[in-house]
Design a protein around this ligand. Structure first.
Ligand SMILES: Cc1cc2nc3c(=O)[nH]c(=O)nc-3n(C[C@H](O)[C@H](O)[C@H](O)COP(=O)(O)OP(=O)(O)OC[C@H]3O[C@@H](n4cnc5c(N)ncnc54)[C@H](O)[C@@H]3O)c2cc1C
Length: 343
């Protein structure tokens, strides 16, 4: 049986970021990632990949600040990493301006802009709204970033893909039984299973955390994209419009309220209701754009009860990291740092 000091279950952005930080911290420590599919093919594959410098609570703002600095430094060391700084406009009701500004980090440097400078998609804003321009957003190809980090780690990390963890056992150390028939011995085990939090091997260890899984939808908007276009955040609806430069169209992310879905069976296509809900939200800000929605992307993500991501010791040498509430890309570096402090 192969034995590793640290095994990470889940090769999504959170699991891979943890491995990346572990191997940076100690290049000689062998780390193994096990994924039931290909690394990066879970929630990370569907991610819109937006980072905005904000948080609804002090902890999330602290995580957001950490991740912001981390991604900036990563890009300096690795200019080829698929992360792209992005201009940002935040739209909100004028009466909520100070509450909204309080959610953003000082580095965002939000400033009100006159309507003559509003981005095209915000030209039809209802009268009581205003637009703030700010710094510090970025956009990543999250699946590409997973592959990039794996390659950057080289042989400091071993990855077993297409092997589901079927059971956890052992005393003193963890023994993982894989669907391939192999067994792995782990001195320390990190669970980063994305929305698969209710899977049998760790269901009872995680039950007390109160994690729920929500469907996440983002619709495609058939409007042309130019090099100057940036992110437009509709703060009061927790929605945003993202220019997808590589694909030549926009993505509209809105809040879908469908809970307790199963990542194994969530429908891969948008329903009539999904498109209708997206259209209704976008029509409040940009009615002409709302008529240009066609398909999009659907998956799900794990959510914590207080909307703060969870990093917790859930057993002896057993750490859970996830439930990032639809923000797993933007908060992954902060989660990885917290995991390292626990291991
Ligand atoms: C449509 C959409 C848009 C989004 N937009 C954004 C955004 O703009 N910004 C942002 O920050 N976040 C966004 N998110 C959320 C973000 O994508 C997730 O929070 C993040 O990808 C979670 O990463 P993860 O590593 O926890 O999970 P995952 O990427 O799902 O990785 C978990 C891995 O665990 C593996 N696994 C599970 N069970 C087992 C098992 N038994 N054995 C072995 N392996 C197993 C899975 O195969 C999977 O690869 C979005 C999500 C969606 C769906």
């Amino acid at each position: 049986m192969q034995r590793f000091p640290v095994v990470i279950v889940g090769g999504g952005i959170i699991g891979v970021m943890i491995a990346y930080e572990l191997t940076r911290h100690d290049p000689n420590m062998p780390v193994l990632i096990v994924d039931q599919s290909l690394a990066g093919q879970g929630a990370s594959r569907f991610s819109a990949g937006v980072h905005f410098p904000r948080g609804a609570s002090d902890t999330v703002r602290r995580f957001s600040q950490y991740s912001h600095t981390y991604y900036r430094d990563l890009l300096q060391r690795h200019p080829q990493a698929p992360i792209h700084p992005l201009g940002m406009t935040v739209v909100c009701k004028a009466s909520r301006q100070s509450a909204v500004e309080a959610q953003y980090l000082p580095l965002a440097d939000l400033r009100e802009v006159s309507s003559s400078l509003w981005p095209t998609a915000a030209l039809d804003l209802p009268g009581e709204h205003l637009a703030l321009t700010g710094e510090g957003a970025n956009h990543a190809d999250v699946q590409g970033l997973v592959r990039y980090l794996l390659k950057a780690m080289g042989d400091r990390v071993q990855v077993i893909e297409g092997a589901r963890v079927e059971s956890l056992g052992g005393s003193g150390a963890h023994v993982l039984e894989l669907s391939t028939g192999h067994a792995i011995h782990a001195d320390k085990l990190v669970l980063a299973p994305g929305p698969w939090t209710a899977a049998r091997p760790w269901q009872s260890s995680l039950a007390h955390l109160g994690i729920r899984v929500k469907k996440v939808v983002a619709a495609h908007v058939r409007m042309p994209v130019s090099a100057e276009d940036g992110l437009i955040v509709f703060q009061d609806d927790d929605a945003f419009l993202l220019p997808l430069q590589q694909r030549g169209h926009w993505l509209f992310s809105y809040t879908c309220d469908e809970w307790d879905v199963d990542p194994g069976t969530v429908a891969p296509s948008l329903s009539f209701t999904d498109i209708n809900d997206a259209r209704n939200v976008l029509a409040r800000y940009a009615p002409a754009w709302a008529e240009r929605l066609d398909g999009g992307r659907v998956f799900c993500d794990a959510y914590s009860p207080d909307r703060v991501p969870i990093i917790a010791e859930v057993g002896r040498h057993l750490v859970f990291a996830g439930a990032a509430n639809g923000s797993g890309y933007r908060l992954a570096p902060a989660l990885a740092a917290e995991v390292l402090s626990l291991l």
